[in-house]
Ligand binder design. Structure first.
Ligand SMILES: Nc1ncnc2c1ncn2[C@@H]1O[C@H](COP(=O)(O)OP(=O)(O)OP(=O)(O)O)[C@@H](O)[C@H]1O
Ligand SMILES: [Mg+2]
Length: 363
């Protein structure tokens, strides 16, 4: 039995998810801690997602701020469970993605793992994506192997859908290597539009979207993006889908009511997920949803309506809280790294082969 901690700070920039897991070898969630992203850090990280002045020093300072929060959260979690640093085998720290450009051969997650080791006295594993990109892969998604480890024992064709800033699918079928890819924007555009229009960070339960009408002309324009027309392996990020991308399309069309734009963005998220699923798997019995999007009742209802012969539910149905799946994955990825277990899936990322992922900062 070994204990690991996973730290995930996703593209939504909503906060840091910290999960304590037991690897027994069955994977169990023991404890959790959430740190909302402070507004000043969110603004700085968002600005580091595009080129700007003095990026090297600014990114170094942003990482220091981020890592201080992560370390505080880890100490709180240890205290809550009466654990000492030496009780934890390792921390798997994803860091914050500020660039993801696998086609140009790089992906960048910042999070100063050396400082995290110093502040916690626990071995840190980080930089999980670069090795897969170096091997010709997308470096994302990395969670399908974990989704398979968690939900692989069940019968029938299953898919696991994570709706974070972006959405990604894992396709699990008996006697077949797990498949998966990014579907497109998950919450990122919904968050960006409501923030732009109403100053809120997200559309709770999709209520604002539910009060609007889908605008077909806008939906078709958005769906014409080449990303949706390409088959996997594929991954995406804020380089492609951001507020500017939406505004570029809006500028070419007559003006729409703001809530109709939100309704159209929700439909875009739902449709691109369903089309991606149907292009890669037939007879999906169960679609298990995790990530913040699992709380968006309007989105969940729309997914269920578009998939009448599939059971659509949150991963909670299978006993795993949807808010912690990604952080648990990075705890598990730290375990894989220390054990020398390859955790990328060439069938998912397109890498030349299996690779052990991550860089180790020993305590
Ligand atoms: N009750 C809710 N109703 C609607 N949307 C919600 C709700 N709760 C969370 N969300 C959405 O979920 C987002 C956060 O999801 P999550 O933390 O899974 O994404 P992430 O940080 O981008 O993670 P990752 O990159 O690992 O997928 C929020 O920004 C918000 O858009
Ligand atoms: Mg998050």
């Amino acid at each position: 039995m070994a204990l690991y901690i996973g730290v995930m700070s996703g593209t939504s920039l909503d906060g840091l998810d910290i999960a304590l897991i037991e690897q027994n070898p069955a994977i169990n969630l023991i404890g959790t801690h959430y740190i909302p992203m402070p507004d000043d850090l969110r603004t700085e990280l968002l600005s580091l997602c595009a080129s700007g002045p003095d990026e090297i020093a600014r990114s170094a300072l942003a990482q220091q701020h981020w890592v201080t929060l992560a370390a505080k959260g880890i100490h709180a979690l240890l205290e809550q469970h009466a654990l000492k640093p030496q009780d934890i085998r390792a921390i798997g720290s994803h860091g914050q993605t500020i660039r993801h450009e696998p086609a140009r051969g790089f992906t960048v997650q910042i999070g100063n793992p050396a400082l995290l080791t110093e502040l916690t006295s626990i071995t840190v594993v980080s930089d999980f994506r670069s090795r897969d990109v170096a091997a010709g892969g997308q470096g994302a998604p990395l969670v399908p192997a974990f989704h398979e480890a968690l939900f692989g024992e069940r019968a029938g064709n299953r898919a696991v859908l994570n709706v974070g800033g972006f959405s990604n699918l894992s396709l699990i079928e008996t006697d077949k290597p797990v498949a998966g890819f990014d579907c497109g924007p998950g919450n990122v555009l919904l968050d960006a539009w409501i923030h732009n229009q109403r100053g809120e960070h997200f559309d709770r339960d999709g209520q604002w979207a539910a009060g609007g009408q889908v605008e077909p002309a806008l939906l078709n324009a958005l769906l014409s993006d080449p990303f949706f027309l390409t088959k996997g392996p594929k991954s995406t990020g804020r380089e492609v889908f951001n507020l500017g991308w939406l505004q570029h399309h809006l500028a070419r069309l007559p003006a729409f009511q703001a809530e109709n734009v939100q309704a159209t963005l929700l439909e875009l998220t739902a449709l691109t997920i369903v089309e991606s699923l149907q292009s890669a798997q037939t007879d999906t019995e169960t679609l298990l949803v995790c990530g913040g999007g699992a709380h968006n009742a309007t989105l969940m209802k729309r997914l269920a309506a578009l998939l009448p012969s599939t059971q659509v539910s949150s991963t909670a149905t299978y006993g795993v809280d949807p808010d912690w799946v990604e952080a648990m994955a990075f705890a598990w990825l730290a375990h894989c790294c220390l054990e020398g277990i390859a955790a990328n899936r060439p069938s998912v990322t397109g890498a030349r082969g299996l690779r052990v992922l991550g860089a180790i900062y020993p305590a």
